[in-house]
Design a protein around this ligand. Structure first.
Ligand code: C2E
Ligand code: MG
Ligand code: MG
Ligand code: MG
Length: 283
């Protein structure tokens, strides 16, 4: 830019550019320190069995409450953690926190069937994810059969190496889900080769699904595709009774969304469970 437009142009735009860059550098530095400073938390969102209304498990979602920046959305800080090579540390911290929490809940008589942790493609690309997960499970005493991992559709298709890591996790007994299904570009033949047990239908298809024929058709097709491949379908982002009813009638196995509960801090999830919550309204 400086070359084609000359020095003055460059200087003219420089202050604005550098302010953006400064903000980013600051955010990166704060993010790197967030774990040691105890600013990171894990919240848990209920997943329900749409047929019975029972709590089927939870999804663990990272939360960052920075004294300097306030609450920062994972949609913002996860991509930055990926960029700066911090996601493996963050991901391992989340996993360890989750495993410890589930084991602690067990000891309090709250036995969660399963817990799902999101996995970044960067964690898979490092090639050591199987060792990391084995170590954390051994350390915390959680059985691999109660751990699920969610990987986005676009991430799964990156390379053979990520695929072989997924095979390794599967071989350990961990269930795998394709997250945000429908937003990537996976071909159906590719999906068949993946070592996954669940398809999570992206929220963008679920919102307003009931009563809108084209949306209904897409969601119905994904549910039947899952069935044909022997996979379970999970709907994310369910906010209304009508959406839940449609999905239940179409045979979607699990559902997650604000209708059943938001991501909650551990004590609030426990309270919800004790009150017999996290059940979808019947009808
Ligand atoms: P995701 O894995 O698809 O998680 C679901 C997101 O949808 C969560 O957003 C959840 O709070 C939100 N959600 C659930 N139900 C509803 C609903 O009914 N309505 C609406 N509007 N939203 C709903 P969140 O917590 O902001 O997380 C965003 C994304 O950040 C996640 O999408 C996931 O890709 C990523 N993420 C979060 N925690 C982690 C983590 O520990 N590791 C990695 N690698 N990624 C994470
Ligand atoms: Mg997820
Ligand atoms: Mg998702
Ligand atoms: Mg999503």
């Amino acid at each position: 830019y400086a070359k084609t437009h000359g020095r003055n142009d460059y200087h003219f735009y420089a202050p604005e550019m550098s302010e953006y860059a400064r903000e980013r550098v600051r955010l990166e530095a704060l993010l790197r320190r967030s774990i040691d400073r105890g600013e990171l938390e894990v919240h848990y969102q209920p997943k329900v069995d749409l047929a019975t209304g029972e709590l089927a498990g939870v999804e663990a979602l990272a939360r960052w409450n920075s004294p300097e920046l306030g609450k920062v959305s994972p949609k913002r800080f996860i991509p930055i953690a990926e960029d700066i090579g911090f996601i493996s540390i963050l991901g391992e911290w989340v996993l360890r926190t989750v495993c410890r929490q589930v084991v602690e809940w067990d000891s309090q008589g709250f036995r969660l069937p399963s817990v799902a942790v999101n996995l970044s493609v960067k964690q898979l690309e490092r090639g050591d994810i199987v060792e990391v997960v084995s170590r954390v499970l051994a350390e915390t005493g959680l059985s691999s059969s109660r751990l699920e991992m969610e990987v986005t559709e676009s991430a799964i298709m990156k390379s053979d190496r990520t695929l072989s890591c997924l095979d390794g996790l599967r071989a350990m007994g961990i269930e795998l889900s394709v997250d945000d299904f429908g937003t990537g570009y996976s071909s159906l033949s590719y999906l068949r080769r993946l070592p996954v047990q669940k398809i999570k239908i992206d929220r963008s298809f679920i919102t307003g699904v009931s009563g809108e024929p084209s949306r209904e058709a897409i969601v119905r097709a994904v549910i039947s595709l899952a069935g044909a491949l022997g996979l379970r379908a999970v709907a994310e982002g369910i906010e209304t009774d009508a959406e839940a009813r449609f999905l239940r009638e179409e045979g979607c196995h699990h559902g997650q969304g604000h209708l059943f509960g938001r991501a909650l801090p551990p004590d609030e999830l426990l309270a919800l469970w004790r009150d017999g919550g996290a059940s979808p309204p019947k009808g």
